[in-house]
Unconditional design. Structure first.
Length: 135
């Protein structure tokens, strides 16, 4: 074929080159908000392939659950009155489980500062009490 060859972009995996996919319509409002925050970051780093989207959906559902439980506890209080006396709000256990799941999925997706390669703050220098004694 004569003429200029078109420039080709190398795409690894099956990441959509056109743009970041939108949140699935079935996600609740808080989960959709988390998708809007996390998905563009993953897409920008070339990590939002089809096989990762299911993990991202699960992560967003977990974060949405955390926020919904927090709203319920803010409205009702962390402790509720029952026949047997005051007890922890039922949303507390649900929220705790969702926090564990969200933390694991965030780590798997590379959404934590450690996984992003973010610089951790330097530890303060510890002076050595033995320094200068020999010498």
């Amino acid at each position: 074929m004569k003429g200029r060859k078109p420039k080709l972009a190398v795409i690894t995996g099956d990441v959509a080159p056109s743009g970041c996919p939108g949140a699935p319509s079935w996600l609740a409002a808080h989960a959709r908000a988390e998708w809007s925050r996390a998905a563009p970051e993953l897409h920008q780093r070339g990590l939002l392939s089809r096989d990762v989207q299911a993990s991202l959906e699960s992560y967003c559902v977990a974060v949405g659950t955390i926020r919904e439980c927090e709203e319920a506890m803010q409205q009702d209080g962390r402790f509720i009155q029952t026949e047997k006396g005051p007890t922890m709000h039922p949303a507390f256990r649900i929220q705790s489980a969702a926090m564990r799941e969200a933390r694991l999925l965030a780590s798997e997706l590379g959404l934590t500062p450690h996984r992003k390669g973010g610089k951790q703050p330097d530890a303060p220098a510890v002076s050595d009490p033995w320094e200068g004694m020999l010498g």
